[in-house]
Design a protein around this ligand. Sequence first.
Ligand code: AMP
Ligand code: MG
Length: 349
Amino acid sequence: MRSPHKQPLLASVIALLVLVACSEPATEYRQSLFIFGTVVDLKLRGVSDQQAEEAVQVVERAFQRMHQDWHAWKPGELSALNQSFASDKPRPVSPFLLPLITQSQLLFEQSEGLFNPAIGKLIALWGFHGDELPSGAPPSPEAIAAMVKLAPGMDDLEISNGQVRSHNPAVSLDFGGFAKGYALDIAIDLLHQQGVESAIVNAGGDLCVSGDHSGRPWRVGVRHPQGGGILAAVDALDGECLLTSGNYERYRQYDGVRYPHIIDPRDGGPVRHIASATVIDRDGGRADAAATALTVAGSGGWYQIARRMRLKYVMLVDETGTVYMNPAMAKRIDFQDGVPEKIIISDPL
Ligand code: AMP
Ligand code: MG
């Protein structure tokens, strides 16, 4: 039998060990990858450096394959599929690419066609299918109108037995508004498979998190639509992704006018009124597609689209700096550089 006077001693030893364990900083492994034309920062916690290094290599290989196979205009599986749409013939699609198409069909429908990755030809017409930003005069209104009239949509695609065909030859897939979020989700899944529970994968402010940061949520930044800084900070919870669409990211500049890279499929023109749209969601691909769709929907239409897409946390910033949010997002947003002059909080979603 244990003598009673030893128990307090044992208790204090255990307490001390717990204290030491708690105060000991968990090691953090950091690595940056250059992929998708952007820097992806990974932070991994709670595993050895060797385990972390191996896990990051697995993620890097997956990212490289995505970059190759999902590219809208460089040779790869997606561009071969796009070429096949000129005819009405079905073409087999790999299980690596197929889910992007099926999920995008759903998101196209939920966003009332505002997220429309079938408008690749329109995006190319505006000059955004190149590594460099386009220059010179914008395309003619006639060329744009002709493209809009052909009305390519995700509902033109028929998928059966792993084969895809398009009933509209004007369809050309461009997953620029979706693939990053979808890829971030896969990265987190791959890290889980390698035994990494606590991580953040951050592609220039678009990110997904897993686990926490020594018992606290990961603190992340929402990019400022003007300039490179941070507009606000948010605590990202286990399994959440934060995606921002920014019209400041890529644009054509001509004669003092900016023509940004997010295109309204209804009129074929670039969206100017919204500077950025941010979505927090547990599904990275959905968050990415939603952020693009909300940018197109604008300050008048975002609420309806957010409801239809069943989003929980949404924030938009318009070109004058006015911020639009739903109440649940407003509770989580911590503005960093002074509170914006005008904030409009909607009804709950
Ligand atoms: P994001 O930064 O996620 O909003 O993605 C912008 C990219 O998505 C553009 O560079 C285009 O490649 C593509 N895109 C532009 N407009 C749309 C749209 N209405 N629906 C889907 N993808 C789009
Ligand atoms: Mg997007």
